[in-house]
Structure formats: C-alpha cells, structure tokens
Write a protein that binds this ligand. Sequence first.
Ligand code: MG
Length: 176
Amino acid sequence: MPKTNDRRRATQPPTRIGYGFDSHEFRSGIPLKIGGIALAHAKGLGGHSDGDVLLHAITDALLGAVAAPDIGALFPPSDPKWKGADSVVFLREALKRVREAGYGVANLDASLILAAPKIGPHAAAIRVRLAQLLEVHADCVGLKAKTPEGLNLENAAVAHVVVLLERIPTKTRRKG
Ligand code: MG
C-alpha cells in the first residue's frame, strides 16, 4: 500500500506552469535591487521588504505552480519580521516548496516594465543570479525589459513571470 505522498505523486502531472506578477513604486534615497542584484540608481523600490519586484513575481510564480499560498500569505507585510528582508529568503522558501512537491524548475521567463534605469547593461548579471538561485542554467532564464509606453507608470516597476516546473523522478530526487 503506497504512502499518501507516493499516491499523490503518482497522480501529479509531469509539468506544471506558474505565473507571478508584482509592482512596486520608486522612492528616493533607498537602494535599488532587481533580481537579487543591486543597481546604482537615485531611487529604489519601496515596500516592506527590500522591494525586489522581480524576485517577488518569481516567488509567486513558483508558489502558484504548486498551488501553495502566495507571497503575501506566507510573508505578510504586517509582520515586522519581514521589514527590510532580503527577498532571496522568499524565493528560497518557494523553491523549497516546489521541491517538496516533487518538482524542479525547467525554465523561467520574465518581463520587467520600468522607465529607468536601463536593464540591458545588467541583464546578463541578473540572469546569472536568478539561475544560481533557481539552480538552473542561465540559458533557462529569459529576461526582457520594456519601458512603460503609454501606461503612465513612470514611477513604478512591474514584473511578470512565467515558470515551468518538471516532475523529478523519485529515484533521482535529492533528499532534504
Ligand atoms: Mg512585492
């Protein structure tokens, strides 16, 4: 008789898709972090944590893919514990839940919408950092940056992310 978890895994689809969205407002005099990378800019992204809009959207995409509670439910802004938190903590928890569900990241694609700073010169570094965090090759991390033409969003940064997960065969699955 299989254990409950084994039975559940046997019915799990081989792939799962996740989608995440986030937006933050620019504020003067705070550091800017996007995709786990510090960028030199006069303004940073406001928020209870470090305001890393891209890591938040990735975290929600991962959580959504395994039907886990979202980032706001797991790390409520009302909890002082998360004030100024490094958003890598959120992403790591989401990835842990993905692994516990029996999946790994196949690839990820992200779109950033912001007027400034230009992301192009930093895109390679952000992709490498994201690949490191997600434990995939940088070729499996897509990143596009667009300016908010006609959206009247000059003082905001927006991120959209889709992620594809694939089921890890039980035999090759890592422990812990
Ligand atoms: Mg956020």
